[in-house]
Design a protein around this ligand. Structure first.
Ligand code: AHR
Length: 658
């Protein structure tokens, strides 16, 4: 009874909100907040960082862990060159194992495995086993590309058997490499899996007597995304592609400026044959093979129609370097800066230069003679605004702009949307008249609701904004509908300010369950599953429905505290009017929507809605609690809509502008 009367009272006082959209408007109108404005074509993109096993063990489809014996305790306490591997001796064979470095494949790849085999008898073999990143997923009827660099002690006769096995030793597929030579040579084999197995392993068995040397032991599914060699895990890459991002920022985040100067992400170490790439520790306390390097990132961008946005370090390391020891930000010595600046300039030549240029030739060699059309370059990530940072940023910035005036160089204004680095970063951006700066914002959901007018107040004559990292952090850093709706509300403000906020990306993108250093993430995954969060669907709903013009709108009887946000936009290509409505409150909202200045409004529109209990949580036990529902809705020049509690609705209306 009480509940019923409560409901009646609520309905009796529910006020209808009238939303009047100047749907025929094509030009910016005067005033703030609800004025019409163009929206940047690159407004929504993604932020990729090799964090949470996003690259190795994640998007990068390599199945072998520690394929080149380069793991060490610098990566992670207790790790060593043989981490990920186990010794195997069969049929009474004897053998001993060493990590060699006297005659490496390449100076960048110093270590390899030496196995002294005594496996001459019938059925005897000495070898190694690798179970990948939490077990290898084998699919019945699918082929796997195996490669290895190997050599043997001169004058011996050693052959290899390559086996895919289940955890308990059942054979799933095999191949043979008949006779090794005494010089490093790359051997390849294709192995067909004859059964499904989620916990498979790769076994290399040597037969014969003498020493065998092994390096770069690799296994890839043939079915990578777009079947690219050295490619990406197809299902994860597809989930990213389905977001339809306008750009991809890579390779981070903190990974870019690294844990000390020796750990900066150096793009030249990430291109060329994988066995020549210089692996290094990952600032997130694991290891980077760099098999997913600049070429692979650029190619992925191209494959999914996203613009590349590489970020390079601004000549300084992360201010959290060896925080425990109080080391902090380190700066490249001034005498080494010319070489570093050249390295930054070279990336632009590598991406955009003709194949006849030095670095363009390297791109062409990798199979991409056409330029990648790089338009954006980030310099720095959340750096502390010290004199050392400023001095180096300026040198890099001036050199890049002098050589590539059309490239948009994005600066950085610290880790928070306020505070000394933010203030000083903006002052510095004003001084240099930067085109764009990268702001970061991790805050609780209520912060986003309280700051919907933040960008309305930004001075349009200053640098434009790339909101490069943001996420609403709910309690226990879980992803909830509440956090997703806070982000959705904020995204309506990004659209409204799409002339000023040119780019934005939720962060971070990927988190492998069991290996997360950072939560929340947009997509969680295991070796066999891909679980987009509720927040993912919010991003997708905006991406699929981003317009290019924010329409002037007047709204009556709505208070800021009502936790209601909206964004009417037009997509000029299709002529569609798209209305996004975010109701973060516990009551439904009655809306009367008036579309002024357009003709031939279709009678039906497509409605996409995401709604539910605001505390609905995405977690391992509840991997896909909510997905958007699509239906049709009757519309016209004036129509009513009841926006459900805790919901995001996108209404896409066909019309003609006179
Ligand atoms: O997105 C995770 C981390 O958050 C990024 O590496 C860093 O830039 C920020 O502090």
């Amino acid at each position: 009874m009480f509940i019923l009367s409560g409901c009646l009272i609520c309905c009796a006082f529910a006020q209808r909100i009238t939303v009047t959209i100047q749907a025929g408007s094509a030009r910016p109108s005067e005033g703030r907040g609800s004025a019409g404005r163009p929206i940047s074509p690159d407004i929504f993109g993604i932020f990729f960082e090799d964090l949470n096993y996003a690259a190795d063990g994640g998007l990068y489809a390599e199945m072998v862990q520690n394929r080149s014996f380069e793991y060490s305790s610098l990566d992670h306490p207790g790790w060593h060159a043989f981490t990920g591997w186990e010794m195997v001796k069969r049929g009474g064979a004897k053998g001993s194992y060493f990590i060699g470095d006297a005659n490496p494949l390449h100076p960048n790849n110093p270590r390899y495995l030496e196995t002294d085999c005594d496996a001459g008898g019938e059925g005897s073999a000495v070898g190694i086993s690798n179970s990948g990143f939490d077990g290898m997923v084998l699919k019945k009827g699918e082929e796997y590309n195996f490669t290895v660099f190997a050599r043997q002690q001169p004058g011996r006769s050693i052959s290899l058997e390559i086996r895919l096995e289940s955890k308990d030793g059942a054979l799933r597929g095999r191949a043979e490499i008949p006779q090794l030579t005494s010089e490093w040579k790359k051997y390849s084999a294709t192995i067909l899996a004859d059964k499904d197995d989620e916990n498979g392993r790769l076994i290399l068995l040597a037969r014969g007597r003498g020493i065998v040397y092994l390096d770069m032991i690799s296994l890839f599914p043939q079915k990578t995304f777009r079947n690219r060699p050295n490619g990406l895990r197809a299902d994860l890459a597809q989930a990213i592609a389905d977001l339809k991002p306008r750009f991809i920022r890579f390779p981070g985040g903190c990974l870019v400026h690294g844990d000390g100067l020796k750990n900066l992400y150096r793009w030249k170490d990430t291109i060329g044959p994988v066995e020549h790439r210089r692996e290094q520790k990952n600032i997130w306390r694991y290891h980077q093979t760099l098999g997913l390097g600049y070429f692979e990132y650029f190619q992925f961008c191209e494959d999914i129609g996203a613009k590349p946005l590489p970020v390079v370090a601004a000549g300084v390391s992360c201010q959290n370097t060896d925080r425990y020891w109080g080391v902090g930000q380190q700066a490249i010595a001034m005498e080494e800066m010319p070489a570093y600046v050249q390295e930054v300039l070279d990336v632009v030549e590598w991406a955009n230069g003709p194949a006849a240029t030095e670095w363009g030739a390297r791109r062409a060699e990798a199979g991409h003679p056409e330029p990648f059309n790089l338009q954006y370059l980030g310099v720095g990530n959340e750096d502390a605004q010290t004199p050392a940072f400023r001095e180096r940023f300026k040198i890099i910035y001036n050199a890049v702009k002098a050589k590539y005036p059309d490239l948009t160089v994005i600066g950085t204004v610290g880790p928070n949307p306020e505070g000394p680095d933010y203030d000083n970063g903006w002052k510095f951006a004003d001084e240099l008249r930067l085109e764009m700066v990268d702001e970061h914002c991790y805050k609780p959901p209520h912060w986003f609701w309280a700051n919907l007018d933040r960008f309305d107040a930004y001075d349009r004559s200053r640098s434009k904004v790339y909101l490069g990292e943001y996420a609403a952090h709910d309690v226990r850093r879980q992803t909830t509908l509440r956090s997703a709706l806070a982000e959705a509300a904020y995204m309506t403000s990004l659209e409204r300010n799409g002339d000023m906020v040119r780019m934005s990306s939720y962060a971070p993108l990927l988190g492998k369950l069991g290996h997360t250093q950072w939560n929340p993430d947009l997509i969680y995954f295991t070796n066999t599953t891909v679980n987009p969060t509720i927040n993912y669907y919010v991003q997708q709903m905006f991406n699929l429905n981003a317009g290019d013009f924010y329409l002037p709108v007047a709204v009556d009887s709505l208070e800021k505290a009502d936790n209601f946000a909206l964004s009417p936009v037009r997509d000029s290509k299709s002529g569609d009017i798209i209305v996004k409505l975010v109701n973060g409150g516990p009551d439904s909202r009655s809306l009367r929507i008036e579309l002024v200045g357009v003709e031939n409004i279709a009678t039906n529109a497509v409605k996409t809605i995401l709604s539910g209990d605001p505390l609905t949580v995405n977690d391992a036990g509840n991997p896909q609690p909510l997905v958007p529902e699509i239906s049709t809705i009757a519309v016209g020049p004036v129509f009513d809509y009841e926006s459900p509690p805790h919901s995001l609705t996108v209404i896409r209306i066909k019309s003609q502008t006179p």
